[in-house]
Design a protein around this ligand. Structure first.
Ligand code: ADP
Length: 478
């Protein structure tokens, strides 16, 4: 069936941990491929080579790539992830040798180049995957180009594609002229294909032209077929519901391990949980808060409307009346950055604030806090709540998407409960859930400790989910 009986997968992502990360996509791209390799797949990863990437890499080849009317040079370099998964870096100095990752004026052109480069690269490397696994909007046109252009080439005639939605909100919609970059016939820019309300949509190319679509939780797979969560794409997703499934993300358990994590102050396990409280004291010190045993709540997040931070800001005063402390690490929308900076002025001894992206501090927060807040408006999967469970930090979440799938409210179900959750997206409901958690922390310390211990034993590793991906790949390749 497969050469050497190995399923061959090319995993395409704009960010991959540990090389470049802005959010959960990188975590998945950095941990699912090694898990698939562990199940016997020949899996390789490809991503752009941004300036910040300092991994040791080897030059493999270079070749010209045509984007629109311009011919550009593409250089391919390689490194190995976990010593066994090849990672190909697509390099072009004009496009990727920049300080940041996204949000440049020419992002459409940068990722169009990346998509072409991926498909041009494979025959040159002699790697013919059974499946090209594309992730999020940056990679959508790979599915379109494969089906409408490259399938005519013998090398590609049996190659299938999967498109994974990590976040439907970010669609890569650009002015219609961007379609011309792909040198395709005009019938591929219609409302049935790549056009989205007069714009060219990278995301829609993935949704329309992939052989299968999946997203990162079962609940989100259902939600995005409704107008409330569909971001305008619910019609097309409903049309393709036979091809759409949800597979919960796993967590890289080797990477996120309180027993070995080099970033935290003191390593610990369920059996040495007292050291978690040493982490709390050190975190309080680092964040400029008094070292006391009041409940410590944490947030590590992109500061965007998705994450429900307005609910926290709304009820911050009420929460502080409970005599609790709060630490927040995040960066993003200036509205939230300014909002929390203002709150810091009012509550200097209660709010520890770090505006920025800091992977090490994030781990310290997961380890040092008692509770972790994710009151998301929507959440495709969410990794923060899983990392928290692994570090014995009790999640307080809004029950949506992956949060609904992973967190059971303790008050509603004390047997299965592993956190606190609320259904309605409202500040009152958030405050109620926080209060329930804080009251239990204060009044029932033994029960709290049991809850913490139980959370730490849950298994949200890739074990089950990587297997589900293998089943999905098998379904496509027959
Ligand atoms: P999303 O992908 O929507 O940002 P997830 O919960 O799926 O949300 O994943 C977020 C990941 O990014 C987690 O690993 C989280 O710890 C990390 N993260 C988010 N913001 C920051 C930050 N400011 N500094 C460090 N890590 C961050």
């Amino acid at each position: 069936m497969f050469e050497n009986n190995k399923m061959k997968i090319l995993f395409v992502s704009a960010e991959v941990s540990p090389y470049a990360k802005t959010g959960g996509l990188a975590d998945v791209a950095g941990s699912l491929p090694p898990a698939l390799a562990g199940l016997g797949a020949d899996v390789r990863v490809v991503m752009p080579r941004y300036r910040q990437i300092d991994a040791k890499m080897e030059y493999l080849t270079d070749f010209p790539v045509r984007v629109g009317t311009k011919i550009e040079t593409c250089i391919i370099r390689e490194t190995k992830m976990n010593d066994n998964v090849p990672v190909y870096f697509v390099d072009n100095y004009n496009y990727f040798d920049r300080d940041g990752i996204y949000c440049y004026f020419d992002d459409a052109r940068r990722y169009a180049f990346f998509c072409f480069a991926v498909l041009e690269m494979l025959p040159k490397l002699g790697f013919k995957p059974d499946i090209i696994h594309c992730n999020d909007w940056h990679t959508g046109p790979v599915c379109m180009l494969l089906k409408e252009n490259y399938k005519n080439i013998d090398f590609y005639k049996d190659v299938a594609s999967i498109f994974t939605i990590h976040n439907l909100k970010y669609q890569g919609n650009f002015p219609k002229e961007v379609f011309n970059l792909f040198n395709l016939s005009g019938h591929l820019f219609t409302p049935e294909t790549s056009e989205f309300y007069g714009m060219f949509s990278f995301m829609k190319c993935g949704l329309v032209f992939s052989d299968k679509i999946n997203t990162v939780s079962r609940v989100y797979a259902e939600e995005i077929q409704t107008p409330n969560y569909g971001e305008g794409m619910d019609g097309i997703l409903k049309n393709r519901s036979q091809d759409l499934s949800g597979i919960l993300n796993g967590l890289g358990y080797e990477l996120f391990d309180p027993e070995k994590d080099p970033h935290i102050y003191f390593n610990y396990s369920k059996d040495t949980i007292h050291k978690k409280y040493e982490n709390k004291k050190s975190l309080q010190k680092e964040m400029g808060l008094p070292q006391s045993d009041v409940p410590l709540l944490g947030v590590v997040s992109r500061l965007s409307g998705q994450k429900g931070l307005d609910l926290i800001m709304d009820k911050f005063k009420d929460m502080m009346e409970q005599d609790i402390q709060f630490v927040l690490l995040g960066t993003g929308d200036p509205y939230y950055e300014n909002g929390f900076n203002e709150l810091k002025k009012v509550y200097p001894d209660k709010l520890g604030l770090h505006i920025g992206f800091n992977a090490g501090l994030a781990q310290k927060i997961y380890a040092g806090c008692d509770m972790f807040l994710m009151p998301s408006r929507f959440e495709p999967c969410g990794l923060g709540q899983m990392i928290s469970l692994r570090y014995g930090t009790v999640p307080v979440v809004r029950a949506t998407g992956g949060l609904a799938e992973t967190i059971t409210d303790y008050n509603m179900n004390p047997v299965k409960g592993n956190g606190f959750s609320f259904a309605e997206f409202s500040a009152d409901m958030l405050l109620d859930a926080v209060n329930r958690a804080v009251i239990m922390y204060r009044s029932k310390p033994a029960e709290w400790k049991k809850l913490v211990g139980k959370s730490m034993l849950q298994d949200f590793s890739w074990k089950k989910s990587a297997q589900s991906y293998m089943e999905l790949y098998n379904l496509i390749t027959g």
